[in-house]
Design a protein around this ligand. Structure first.
Ligand code: NAG
Ligand code: NAG
Ligand code: NAG
Ligand code: ZN
Length: 379
């Protein structure tokens, strides 16, 4: 009897693990809030002028004392037209990250999301299987929630390093580790009208830029397409700082027009979320870009139909779309508070991946060694 139970358990496990190839999306079966086909249709069937234009401002990589002041300047105290605080999303990688500052960003109402522990190189992520991604990104949630003292449940999203997809693997990891959305896949094909976020219950029509892309069915997991910008020569770019022909570093007017032109592709179109995806470095070091970004944010914050929000807040709307006139009046989103940060500067901590030792600012007690892949709590 024992062996039978064992065999059955094995069969069951194999069955549960098996991935089903995603089928062509059936609009009749795939309905909000849980399911959405990969289309340019506006959720809820509204006309464009009846829905909020969401703007997603995101920053990638480590959060440190050198980049945090820029975030403060750009975002702290800023409000949307409805008087609710603006949102922004941080895709944090672990190395050199200061977890007291992560706690601070979260406490200010910004969204914290994952971008891997090691961020090592593109081949490594392209070839990653589910287990590797569990260690890199699944465990990073444990790490971040612990040292930044923020609720694990507030960590819902991820962006793959280098926007490098790993086929089905990252989505298998997302299912196990309890993630809600991926925002790593650029689209060049669906710029205008833009591709709205969709779930992976069914096969996606999105173009695959950094193969391998997922082809299995992952019910309920969201993909937020990174709608490409067009640079001054018409070349597509998914990250603003990766545009090949941008305006000059000091050219504020040029940058402002460049941003507005790309924004209007969505705003005057089907109002798919407009992404401003960038790293902090280029914002700090290109005065024209920084001034133009501030001017753009100031402009949209006075518009009654444009909202600078977290990725997760945008998804809440997509799941349960309401018309603009109701959205404007809705109460501001409440944040699940962080645990209290008890600032400790930990170090020197020896590391397993380099000869270096590290200092790490934490909100809780110090780890024994520098946390890393396979040892996220640094025990
Ligand atoms: C993803 O899963 C589907 C369904 O099992 C499979 O056909 C496909 O080859 C997988 N993709 C990769 C890159 O392994
Ligand atoms: C990528 O990183 C892995 C793991 O550290 C390493 O083994 C590999 O040599 C690196 N590949 C490249 C191309 O740098
Ligand atoms: C941003 O996201 C976090 C985590 O999901 C949430 O708690 C917070 O309220 C959001 N802030 C805004 C301004 O939407
Ligand atoms: Zn990165």
């Amino acid at each position: 009897m024992r062996w039978l139970a064992l065999v059955l358990a094995f069969v069951f496990m194999a069955f549960a693990e098996e991935l089903k190839l995603a089928e062509v999306c059936d609009q009749e079966k795939c309905k909000l809030p849980d399911c959405k086909c990969s289309t340019t249709d506006i959720p809820g069937g509204f006309l464009p002028h009846r829905v909020p234009q969401f703007v997603l401002l995101t920053f990638d990589d480590g959060v440190t004392v050198s980049n945090h002041p820029t975030y403060q300047t750009l975002l702290y105290g800023r409000k949307n037209f409805n008087n609710c605080p603006v949102g922004a999303t941080f895709f944090v990688s672990h190395e050199y990250t200061n977890y007291q500052l992560v706690n601070d960003l979260y406490t200010q109402g910004f969204e914290i999301a994952m971008h891997s522990i090691s961020h090592v190189n593109q081949t490594y992520f392209m070839e990653a299987d589910k287990e590797r991604l569990m260690e890199e990104i699944g465990d990073q949630k444990t790490l971040t929630s612990n040292f930044a003292a923020i609720p694990a449940a507030a960590i819902q999203g991820l962006r793959m390093p280098f926007l490098q997809m790993a086929g089905n693997a990252s989505f298998e990891m997302m299912k196990t580790a309890g993630f809600r959305y991926d925002i790593s896949m650029p689209t060049i094909k669906f710029q205008s009208p833009g591709l709205w976020p969709y779930t992976l219950d069914y096969a996606s029509d999105q173009d695959c830029i950094n193969a391998p892309c997922p082809t299995a069915s992952f019910p309920g997991l969201w993909a937020v397409p990174m709608i490409a910008w067009e640079d001054l020569e018409g070349f597509p770019c998914a990250m603003v700082d990766a545009c090949f022909s941008p305006p000059g570093d000091a050219d504020e007017e040029g940058w402002f027009r460049f941003i507005v032109k790309n924004f209007e592709k969505q705003y005057l179109g089907n109002r798919a979320p407009f992404g401003f995806y960038i790293h902090e470095g280029p914002v700090r070091t290109r005065p024209g870009l920084q001034a133009a970004l501030i001017r753009f944010l100031n402009m949209i914050n006075t518009m009654n139909d444009v909202y600078l929000v977290n990725v997760s807040e945008m998804l809440d709307w997509v799941e349960k779309p309401i018309p603009l006139e109701d959205y404007v009046k809705a109460p501001c989103r409440a944040t699940v508070p962080a645990r209290r940060c008890r600032p400790t500067n930990c170090g020197p901590l020896s590391s397993t991946h380099t000869q270096e030792s590290f200092w790490m600012a934490s909100c809780t007690s110090c780890p024994r060694v520098y946390p890393w892949v396979g040892n996220p709590l640094g025990r």
